[in-house]
Design a protein around this ligand. Structure first.
Ligand code: MEV
Length: 422
């Protein structure tokens, strides 16, 4: 039978039936199927309702970064990711950031923006005024969709309208500004935007097309800042080098992207551990970095008048502690318990602080010994495992490769053979 990816009703099948089809399609072995058909600490039933067409689970390591003191509170920070050295780097950075109450961080009110696109408005500038005139009516209707959120002090708070010129002519864009409290907010905001669309059409005499949250969460900002004492990091020379590394990112988008990637290493690891929408966080962060037309770093490192290093970070961060997978993934629930956070604001502050610490760790390594040295050990262990080393052999093979300065799959295979012979 010809191999085809056209499989009507695939979503209706059981996990076992889907697996059977994929097995045939990709020539998977029984062992590979067994490995896939493992749902770890999520469980098959939960996994199967979380997304569609589920055929298995995939486990990433869950670690905790230590030493974090943020706003005077002690935190163990759960991190889930595949990259070696990140957790160690975050922990090391946090160790030199414990003076004066640790890293400071402050999140704004959790205001998300919902966009309503109105087309074919006969007189868009006049219609904009009409929308503003009917603001209370529109906000009331939006708030009727979520009485619980309103009771908690959240809900649609304000509204903006703009006429933009596009390739297909002018359009009226309305922004609903919604305080989403402890949720990431996408569901609440999208529901409100959809609900007010008919009223918007009536007021503007236009046609509403898109009704959706914007991931450029410029009204949901976290700021984090820290002073790192020069004596804790090897003196003023190191401070100067980190400042020069930061200046490089401030002046060059090629470097700024990598600088920000280092920040996101920490932020996304916490986002994964707590089951956040990390795509939304990434999209918002990078758009914010480019908000004035040039891509810039989300953090800046300077030297204070005593020669110490001071760092600051500012970025949008839409995270939640209710709704989404944060409450349905059993491990995300445990991650939040380890953090001891009760509000989305506190979670955002922790994540901002972790991003800043992670960034410092990367710059410090890059400006001194380079990052390969730190990477080496875990990298060598990974290669050793890939080459078939098990148990005690893993560290032995890794050590030999590091000593020789030759870390490669083929060398690992050779060493395993030699060690087994002996
Ligand atoms: C690697 O995952 C992250 C770094 O490239 C960040 C940076 O260059 O600042 C080390």
């Amino acid at each position: 039978m010809a191999r085809t990816s056209r499989i009507p009703g695939f979503y209706k099948l059981s996990i076992d039936e889907r697996l059977r089809i994929v097995k045939g399609f990709a020539n998977l072995t029984d062992e590979e199927i067994k490995l896939l058909n493992n749902f770890g600490n999520l469980g098959a039933t939960r996994a199967n309702v979380m997304i569609e067409n589920v055929i298995g689970g995939m486990t990433y390591p869950f670690a905790v970064a230590v030493n974090f003191l943020i706003n005077g509170r002690e935190y163990l920070v759960p991190m889930v990711l595949e990259e070696p050295s990140v957790v160690a780097a975050a922990s090391n950075a946090a160790r030199v950031m414990r003076r004066d109450g640790g890293i400071k961080a402050k999140a704004s009110e959790p205001i998300m923006i919902g966009q309503i696109q109105v087309l074919n408005v006969p007189n868009p500038h006049y219609a904009k005024m009409a929308i503003l005139e009917h603001k209370d009516e529109i906000l009331d209707l939006a708030n009727k969709q979520d009485p619980i959120l309103v009771k908690l002090g959240g809900g649609a708070k304000d509204l903006e309208a703009r006429v933009i010129n596009s390739r297909i002519g002018p359009m009226l864009i309305i922004h609903l500004l919604v305080n989403v409290k402890d949720a990431m907010g996408a569901n609440a905001v999208n529901t409100m935007c959809e609900a007010v669309a008919p009223l918007v059409e009536k007021i503007t005499r236009g046609k509403v097309l898109l009704r959706i949250l914007s991931n450029l969460a410029v009204r949901r900002i976290v700021r984090a800042w820290v002073k790192v004492y020069k004596d804790d990091i090897g003196g003023e020379d190191i401070v100067d080098k980190i400042v020069a590394a930061s200046a490089f990112a401030e002046a060059d988008p090629y470097r700024a992207v990598t600088h920000n990637k280092g920040i996101m290493n920490g932020i996304i690891a916490v986002a994964l551990a707590t089951a956040q929408d990390h795509r939304a966080i990434e999209a918002g962060a990078h758009a914010y970095a480019a908000r004035d037309g040039v891509y810039r770093p989300l953090s800046v490192w300077e030297k204070d008048d005593e020669g110490n290093l001071v760092g600051s970070l500012e970025m949008p961060l839409a995270v939640g502690v209710v709704g989404g997978a944060t409450k349905t993934h059993p491990v995300a629930k445990i991650a939040l318990k380890i953090l001891g956070v009760k509000t989305a604001k506190e979670l955002a502050e922790i994540m901002g602080a972790v991003g800043l610490a992670q960034n410092f760790a990367a710059l410090r390594a890059l400006a001194t010994v380079g990052i390969q040295k730190g990477h080496m050990k875990l990298h060598a262990r990974n290669i050793a495992i890939m080459a078939g080393a098990e148990g005690e052999l893993i560290d032995k093979v890794a050590e030999i490769m590091i000593k020789e300065g030759r870390i490669s799959y083929s060398r690992a295979v050779e060493i395993i053979k030699e060690l087994k012979k002996n």
